[in-house]
Design a protein around this ligand. Structure first.
Ligand code: PA5
Length: 341
């Protein structure tokens, strides 16, 4: 029997219970759907956040662009809001803990710019600052690792924008149906029938490279990379086509220990499809392991979140193969503690 099919052995490694959190992700999405803010008029959107709190901003950026939403969306992962932030810029300040210094700094800047702000947090200083300044506050449950709270950190932004998005409710329902179905596959199926376990096996002992495509699966590629980093405590890298064809491929001369995952989507333009096909051939000619994945669903939301969910599970199983508890991120905590001194 594969060690990934030995549930008791997995539970001994997954001491802090990441598997349960992953299993409950569809339920989390349903709860998150009830959280929304009433939005004022705005001309552009900025989502500021870091790490697990920022990735929902990228999903929002991709989703809105593909739906033809005619206003710009920027994701700020840093201390500074761009100089064009003004009173017509809707700012989502997202921090799971509510204590991330970059996000707090951006929140203060947004106040000075008189921007309408929606804070999304489970508490901390951000909740206090939002209450004090009478900014909109979406309170989400405490006690989760930020990366296991993607539903709470992403869906309320999308839900608040529902008046602009015709098919959102139907797309959301489809997403839930698909995620409920694939949860049992990823959580229960034995390795030979389980794409998440098989992917983890391919990554084990090697360096995962994840390739998405610009303004489509690039956000999911980033999520896969960061989930591998934090859950499995492994290096991983991501990039996107077509940019990869202008630089990264030169590194293929020294490919041996890499495994490429290509994140595809039926909405790819024909030119992009051709680039993916060529990428695959060039990599295989060099003896590199190449795997392709695509999300499930007619709607983009289902495809993005189901593909994202596969990366969550695969990174979890990679942690199991490395024998590390996926939940603690000791070095991130240590760094934050040192910064606070
Ligand atoms: O996954 C993590 O723990 C990190 O990437 C955090 O999300 C990041 O450090 C920001 O913290 P917070 O999400 O609490 O704002």
């Amino acid at each position: 029997m594969s060690e990934l099919d030995d549930q008791k052995a997995l539970d001994r490694i997954d001491r802090s219970g990441m598997r349960e959190l992953l299993k409950r992700f569809p339920e989390q999405l349903s709860r998150a759907w009830d959280l929304e803010a009433e939005l004022p008029a705005f001309r552009q959107i900025i989502v500021c956040g870091m790490g697990g709190s920022a990735i929902g901003g990228d999903y929002l950026r991709v989703y809105l662009a593909r739906k033809g939403f005619p206003r710009p969306v920027f994701v700020v992962r840093g201390y500074e809001l761009p100089p064009f932030t003004d009173e017509e810029t809707l700012v989502f300040a997202v921090s799971y803990s509510g204590n991330t210094e970059e996000t707090l700094h951006c929140f203060e800047q947004a106040l000075r710019c008189r921007s309408p702000i929606v804070a999304i947090t489970s508490g901390g200083k951000l909740a206090g600052m939002a209450r004090e300044s009478k900014a909109d506050l979406i309170s989400i449950p405490k006690g989760l690792p930020p990366r296991a709270a993607l539903g709470y950190l992403f869906i309320p932004m999308l839900r608040s924008l529902k008046p602009f998005l015709q098919d959102l409710e139907a797309e959301f329902q489809e997403t839930l149906n698909i995620l409920h179905r694939i949860t049992s596959l990823y959580a229960e199926a034995p390795e030979e029938e389980n794409p998440a376990k098989r992917l983890a096996r391919a990554w084990h002992g090697r360096i995962p490279l994840i390739c998405g495509s610009f303004l489509l699966t690039d956000a999911v590629a980033r999520r896969w990379k960061t989930q591998i980093n934090e859950n499995a405590k492994s290096p991983a890298f991501y990039s996107a086509l077509p940019e990869l064809h202008h630089n990264e491929l030169m590194g293929w001369e020294r490919l041996k220990q890499f495994v490429y995952a290509l994140l595809r989507d039926p909405a790819e333009e024909p030119k992009l499809k051709r680039r993916f096909e060529l990428t695959r051939s060039l990599l295989e000619e060099r003896g590199c392991t190449v795997m392709e994945f695509q999300g499930e669903g007619r709607g983009l939301l289902a495809r993005l979140l189901s593909l994202s969910y596969l990366g969550d599970w695969a990174s979890f199983y990679l942690a199991m193969l490395y024998g590390v508890d996926p939940t603690p991120v000791a070095l991130i905590e240590e760094l934050k503690a040192r910064l606070a001194r």
